[in-house]
Design a binder for this molecule. Structure first.
Ligand code: FES
Length: 136
């Protein structure tokens, strides 16, 4: 199996998230990496309150007092456990994705996902402009 290196640890921001896309069959799914003290956690990029709301909209999720914030209704999540500590989905958890840290890199460790690319799903518009399919 190909090495599923997602990024260098250094590329994962301290107070935000690094967004990447995995493939499960024909489906693309977004995942965010969060830097912890010397470790990395990974969560599916949606809010448990409204699952069509993304935590990282393409330029990093918001952090407040060390917690991930869903900007839609203000829910906050512990970056290491994914536990929602406040907000309309208080008590719920983000969906975890297994990653491994070794040799200064972060690797995908979920058998049913394949790493596709860093960044949002290819069928999404970014606020800064459309992603073209022409390759230019
Ligand atoms: S959608 Fe995230 S708090 Fe409501």
């Amino acid at each position: 199996m190909a090495e599923e290196r997602i990024a260098d640890i250094e590329e994962v921001p301290e107070d935000s998230t690094l967004l990447f896309t995995v493939r499960e069959g024909f489906d693309e799914k977004e995942v965010v990496l969060v830097r912890l003290n010397g470790d990395i956690a990974a969560w599916r990029n949606f809010c448990p309150h409204w699952t069509d709301v993304r935590l990282d909209k393409g330029s990093g999720a918001e952090f407040r007092d060390g917690e991930v914030v869903c900007t839609r209704h203000g829910a906050t999540f512990e970056p290491d456990s994914g536990h929602c500590t406040y907000g309309p989905c208080e008590g719920s958890y983000l969906e975890e994705v297994d990653v491994e840290v070794r040799d200064g890199g972060v690797y995908l460790a979920e058998d049913h996902y394949e790493f596709d690319h860093v960044g949002p799903k290819s069928d999404r518009d970014l606020s800064s402009g459309r992603i073209g399919f022409s390759g230019n």
